[in-house]
Design a protein around this ligand. Sequence first.
Ligand SMILES: Nc1nc2c(c(=O)[nH]1)N[C@H]1C(S)=C(S)[C@@H](COP(=O)(O)O)O[C@H]1N2
Ligand SMILES: [Mo]
Length: 422
Amino acid sequence: MTKQILEHAAANGLLNRRHLLKLGVASIGTAVSASALGAESSLNFSLPSWSRQPGANASGYGERSPHTDFMQRMAGTPNPTYPGGGASRTPLQHLQGTITPNSLHFERHHAGVPAIDPAGHTLVINGLVRQPLAFRYEDLLKYPMISRIHFLECSGNSGALIRGTNGGTAQSLHGLVSCAEWTGIALSTLLDEAGVAPQAQWLAAVGADAASMGRSVPINKAMDDVMVALYQNGEPLRPEQGYPMRLFVPGWEGNISVKWLTQLKLTREAGQFRDETSKYTDTQADRSSLQFTFPMGVKSLITSPSGEMSLAQQGLYQVTGIAWSGNGTIRRVEVSADGGNTWADALIESQVHDRALTRFRIPWQWQGGTAVLMSRATDSAGNVQPTLQSLMARQGSINTYHNNAMQRWAVSQAGEISNDYA
Ligand SMILES: Nc1nc2c(c(=O)[nH]1)N[C@H]1C(S)=C(S)[C@@H](COP(=O)(O)O)O[C@H]1N2
Ligand SMILES: [Mo]
């Protein structure tokens, strides 16, 4: 056994599938031997309290176990000069799989969450169309719907790394990404009904929140795979995610998926909204700005072990994380435990969906020394996740949007894990 453990797939303890199978789960579980369950101790075996009486009754709407209440979104402190403005972040380090529970989906609001009564909400399609249309929520429910599993990521996610932040967790540094099954109406269905005029090149999407947040979507994308989403993981959208309806623009920066959607206006030119001029533009080192950087780059992140966790003892750990790309599926994730000197292929352990979170895992034998854990994803278009240095060499340090660089997690001699800003 020891011999196999030491035959590493890469330097510093990463193990491949063969080693994993040989190690088995016996090395983690508490061994239960015949002697431990001898005649006397089995007589003393007592039922836990929850097994001795009936539990709670069935309920109308489920609650999680109180033992998991520590899994919370991390919301910033409210700012009186920016009422309702802010974000909350998904606790990536506590989650497994690829779907974010609705209650833990990240939030980004520019003027808080409007309390919309669907009976009083309207979606209007106007501008360069043959026939302007207005839909009530009830009308939209009658259309055929599609369901797609996609990530949503704010382009400001991970921006702290470019600002040179020390410390932090997977959640505080990278928690502005989540993934859900979105169900709604293909936007092309509604646009075809309105009849898009040939001159229409853009679609201005506006929300019903007090920010009247608007974004411009190129008509080709709008007709391709954009949807008016009504459901999130099978239930109506949460108010935080845009109830009763939002635009959902697969693979593109989160800001363009306009929540509380109330207007779609077809136009010749882009609307030049605040959030595509003064915000969400990528200012380069020479102070020129790139406008409309839409797809989110290929990215991955080790979620466990990760920042501010500690390794209690030497031995086997499951290094696990998420990978995603706005340009297709995840083809490969490599993991390094020595800061990028050597790499081993991680196992892809979830279904691989287009522009969705994908779960990777690789066993790692920590032998007590210092280590730097990092992951590197490659997508189906052949894009490879960059290092932070190469990303900053390319885009400078003024722009903190669209950071898809690799995260380095340093492991100290004592097993403490921290954000290694290097
Ligand atoms: N109407 C409206 N739409 C909006 C926003 C907003 O504040 N108002 N925030 C945007 C931003 S910046 C992001 S990243 C996503 C976040 O979606 P979520 O809160 O469902 O995670 O919604 C976008 N759509
Ligand atoms: Mo965002």
